[in-house]
Design a protein around this ligand. Structure first.
Ligand code: FES
Length: 146
């Protein structure tokens, strides 16, 4: 018999059930995004040249992910100039990132690895990243399809 003032105790079995259920739901959401991107991939090419910012916003040795036509584009400025790739991994469409430490492009989802020219060199990605062209016009950085 308990009074109404005492907190109700949650049985250990119920608590574990809730914890396992919550973890399964979080895992389903995290894994669902790449699956949905695979089933319904975004458009593959930008519709036209897109101004992504001023040259001074891209210091040498840096990388930025910008959104072009509603999809992420990884823009890397090296000592030799710019490289730009679709930032969607060719495995299950997770967003890739530049690693300055390892001088390569990496996918966090399943450890996919791409070289600095976009070639798939490690992990599950089946194809190179789609490359985009980058030009600089009167101080503005412009991305367009190759
Ligand atoms: S989505 Fe699997 S390695 Fe990128």
């Amino acid at each position: 018999m308990g009074s109404n003032d005492e907190p109700e105790e949650v049985p250990r079995r119920d608590f574990l059930g809730m914890a396992v259920g919550g973890s399964a739901a979080a895992f389903a959401v995290a894994g669902g995004y790449p699956f949905l991107r695979f089933v319904d991939p975004p458009a593959q090419q930008p519709s036209g040249p897109v101004n992504i910012g001023k040259l001074e916003e891209f210091p040498v040795g840096s990388a930025r992910t910008v959104v072009v036509d509603e999809r992420p584009v990884l823009v890397i400025r090296t000592g030799d100039g710019f490289r730009a790739f679709s930032a969607l991994c060719t495995h299950l469409q997770c967003v890739v990132a530049y690693s300055a430490e390892r001088n390569q492009i990496e996918c966090p989802c399943h450890r996919g690895i791409y070289s600095m020219d976009g070639r798939n060199i490690g992990g599950p990605p089946p194809r190179p990243l789609q490359e985009l062209s980058v030009t600089v016009n009167t101080g503005s950085v412009i991305v367009s399809a190759v």
